[in-house]
Design a protein around this ligand. Structure first.
Ligand SMILES: Cc1cc2nc3c(=O)[nH]c(=O)nc-3n(C[C@H](O)[C@H](O)[C@H](O)COP(=O)(O)OP(=O)(O)OC[C@H]3O[C@@H](n4cnc5c(N)ncnc54)[C@H](O)[C@@H]3O)c2cc1C
Length: 430
């Protein structure tokens, strides 16, 4: 009998999941596994964990939803807490697994962890196979190699739009054969009980993790509300659920694939309307792909102070942690920055306009090391995504892809343009 282990990471869905489909095609039985990385929950020297409470709650909800979905099809999710490098080989041996299937990674730390698991598995002649499940355009469809991937977004976009195609989605499996495993709901409930955050009524959306929630939001934003039709005009908003899609937390954990979103937009364009706004949502998904390929190309350099820019932009030695604390807690004295930082602290979300401004303020006005800001975002954002986060920060710092060598936003001017009547500032700072 052939038995496979499917190591889930940020692909917490059954729809359009090549890894899972390939495992089912190969094996008679599969064991779906997720490892909660304990290290992510330990407080660092800056006073926060790599995975903050909002992120952790969203993850636990997504795991619970995946477990229930698997159960309905005859399986279940084995959820462990620890270190995947140790746990995955241990489970593979315990259940006599011959192959491990998992999602291909692009960031250095994640790649290293797969390589370590692979080495450990190989000692017992267990194979590991990886599939790329988080991009809109597969690397194999791109009209250039990763080494030659353009560093300027517009060049990347034009080439991709002209010469690449988005593949069809993989079908959701009907039935899954699996051996008996421990019920994940016990651990998930126990972990959820430890979380000490409340839902703030000012939150843009009552985000809840999971595949069904992702498709609910997709359906709402496109077919129920038609909000997508005015996305280009509203996308710089700050207040409320509908100024932008809010797909990002679901994409970050892979509760939905960008391909599923793309094909739904194409269906909307065919059945309802096609305009600049429907195009623009796909355009934004290309930014997401872009930062992924940038990470694949420049690897660990993306995380360095001077990034992958040709010239040395920064020469910082001093980390003013008092100033940084003021920025984190939303008490810099600049109300636009503070409102955004409070929203992030109390809800785990911030608009794109807000992110650009608070990042620029920390880097160009406070003259701080941009990586501190990126690390705090990593902890707080429920849509934290390694490539999008670090790529966008490096871009604003001028050490990444910005052809203009950094984006300094005039925060006061931005506030008077995007929050003319101070509705947003009053919402969070009064
Ligand atoms: C400093 C900084 C840090 C960021 N960190 C993250 C992060 O950790 N995770 C994350 O998903 N996005 C990040 N972004 C990008 C962007 O702010 C969010 O994707 C967006 O605000 C999420 O809301 P939405 O889903 O409603 O976006 P929409 O405006 O509805 O866009 C649709 C989708 O397009 C993609 N997208 C849009 N803008 C960008 C962008 N600039 N870069 C990459 N993808 C984009 C996202 O997947 C998003 O869900 C960051 C931006 C900045 C300036």
């Amino acid at each position: 009998m052939k038995r496979a282990l499917v190591w889930f990471k940020t692909d917490l869905r059954l729809s359009d999941n090549e890894t899972f489909v390939k495992a089912l095609n190969w094996a008679d039985e599969v064991i779906p596994v997720f490892v909660i990385e304990e290290e992510m929950l330990i407080e660092n020297e800056l006073g926060f964990t790599r995975m903050g409470q909002f992120r952790y709650r969203f993850l636990l909800e997504s795991l619970s939803a995946l477990d229930l979905k698997l159960k309905a099809k005859g399986a279940g999710l084995l959820v462990l807490k620890g270190d995947a490098i140790i746990e995955i080989p241990k489970i593979a041996l315990k259940y006599n697994v011959q192959k491990v299937f998992t999602k291909k990674e692009i960031a250095p730390e994640e790649i290293e962890s797969i390589q370590e698991v692979e080495r450990e598995l190989w000692k017992s002649k267990i194979l590991l196979e990886q599939f790329s499940t988080s991009v809109l355009h597969q690397a194999t469809s791109l009209p250039f190699t990763i080494k030659d991937c353009p560093d300027v977004f517009t060049v990347f976009r034009k080439k991709v739009e002209k010469e690449s195609t988005v593949l069809e989605e993989f079908l959701t499996p009907e039935k899954i054969a699996s051996p008996a495993i421990i019920d994940a709901q016990i651990l998930i409930k126990e972990e959820l009980r430890k979380i000490r955050i409340n839902t703030d009524e000012r939150s843009v959306l009552n985000f809840k993790g999971g595949e069904a929630e992702a498709f609910k939001r997709l359906n709402y934003y496109l077919f129920e509300s038609n909000c997508i039709q005015s996305y280009k005009e509203t996308r710089n908003g700050l207040v409320g659920s509908d100024y932008s899609s809010k797909f990002s937390p679901f994409l970050a954990l892979g509760c939905i694939s960008p391909r599923s979103i793309y094909h739904a937009i194409k269906r909307f364009e065919k059945e309802v309307a096609e305009n600049e706004s429907t195009y623009w949502l796909v355009f934004e998904l290309l930014w997401r792909d872009f930062f992924r390929y940038v990470m694949k190309k420049h690897k660990a350099k993306v995380f360095q102070l001077n990034g992958f820019s040709k010239q040395k932009v920064y020469n910082l030695t001093d980390k003013n942690l008092d100033l940084f604390s003021k920025w984190m807690s939303g008490s810099t004295g600049n109300l636009f920055v503070d409102a955004n930082m409070k929203e992030l602290q109390l809800t785990g979300f911030m608009s794109n306009r807000g992110r650009q401004n608070v990042a620029s303020y920390l880097i160009h006005d406070m003259k701080m090391d941009w990586r501190l800001g990126a690390a705090y975002f990593e902890s707080q954002l429920i849509d934290y995504d390694v490539s999008s986060n670090w790529g966008n920060w490096a871009y604003i710092a001028g050490v990444g892809n910005d052809p203009k060598n950094g984006r300094k936003f005039d925060v006061n001017q931005q506030a008077s343009f995007y929050d003319k009547d101070k509705i947003y500032q009053n919402l969070w700072c009064k």
